[in-house]
Design a binder for this molecule. Structure first.
Ligand SMILES: [Zn+2]
Ligand SMILES: [Zn+2]
Length: 323
């Protein structure tokens, strides 16, 4: 996050804070113009990071506000861009005819996500704040730990998150907490990519905790962290695209969208995030099979409505009307 502030402070925030929270002029008797000039000079003298604002760049309140704005815009933009791409280019919209697909579901998923995002961002703020104030183990130059560590730390990041998210998710299915925290995400039996952030805020926060904690217990290069962090957001969207590819050899190892589709249908299987090994090891893995594809039930409904033929081919509706 310090990278985002390094870019956006000179570009936007310095001017914005100078406008909304200007440096207070020091009252000096006599020439008013001189007084204002002297005030600004005094403010500059107080902190070289002021840039005309009473809140210099390292002011904690300013950092909180800036970080909230950045995470809010960043998370919303990522969500809409990648969910829309996945929805229009990957998601099979015939699934919307599935009997368990809710009325106005996409709209409900978007509203639920937009409610959750600001709360998740506020809850996550202390982590980002600690990062920009230099309390984390994020480092800038690869030479500090070397190239081998760059690769090892990426692998550790994936393993740590996979195990932690598996167990956080699995524990969220415990009856004592399920209905309070995780049930809202299981409202979507047949999810679309827009369900990726449609969580109770505490659920979204709990499942993102491992990423944030990692950089306080293990050194990670900061640009790599940004890349991995964004990749995780995109991955979360992709596993909600309902694609039931089965039989691909990678499906043995990767927690594919097909696995997560089965999690939404059967609840107590496939809790994983990236890989299937936690589910296999702790006996909750359900491999995707063609006969479990929710598209089968969606096509049944489409056949009843006369939208597709027995083989699932679309029946042109104009032609049907003229017959
Ligand atoms: Zn889900
Ligand atoms: Zn779940």
């Amino acid at each position: 996050m310090d990278v985002a502030l390094e870019i956006l402070d000179p570009l936007v925030f310095d001017k914005a804070y100078a406008y909304f929270v200007p440096a207070k002029p020091v009252p000096i008797s006599g020439n008013a113009t001189f007084a204002a000039g002297a005030g600004a000079a005094a403010a500059q003298q107080q902190s070289p990071l002021s840039f005309g604002s009473a809140w210099p760049r390292d002011n904690i309140l300013r950092q909180c506000i800036s970080l909230f704005i950045i995470t809010q815009i960043g998370a919303t933009a990522l969500y809409f861009v990648f969910s829309a791409l996945s929805y229009y280019f990957v998601f099979d919209r015939r699934l919307e005819y599935h009997p368990k697909f809710l009325k106005n579901q996409v709209r409900q998923e978007i509203v639920s996500s937009m409610w959750a995002v600001p709360f998740i961002n506020i809850l996550t703020l202390p982590f980002f704040l600690a990062e920009v104030r230099g309390k984390s183990l994020l480092y800038t130059h690869i030479d500090e730990y070397g190239w081998p560590w760059l690769i090892i730390s990426s692998i550790l990041f994936m393993i740590w998150n996979d195990i932690m998210i598996y167990w956080i998710h699995r524990l969220e299915h415990h009856p004592a907490v399920y209905k309070y925290i995780h049930k809202p995400h299981h409202k979507w039996i047949i999810p679309t990519p827009f369900a990726a952030l449609a969580f109770h805020p505490l659920d979204g926060y709990a499942q993102s905790l491992p990423y944030h904690v990692f950089v306080f217990i293990c050194p990670l290069q900061k640009y790599l962290y940004i890349f991995l962090f964004i990749a995780v957001q995109v991955w979360t969207i992709l596993i909600h695209d309902g694609d039931m590819i089965s039989g691909h050899w990678l499906e043995k190892y990767i927690n594919s969208p097909a696995h997560h589709t089965l999690h939404h249908i059967y609840f107590t299987v496939n809790y994983g995030q990236y890989f299937t090994w936690c589910d296999s090891y702790w006996k909750s893995h359900r491999p995707p099979q063609p006969e479990l594809d929710p598209l089968i039930d969606a096509l049944k409904v489409m056949r009843q409505k006369g939208l597709v033929d027995e083989k699932g081919n679309p029946i042109p509706q104009d032609k049907k009307k003229t017959q």
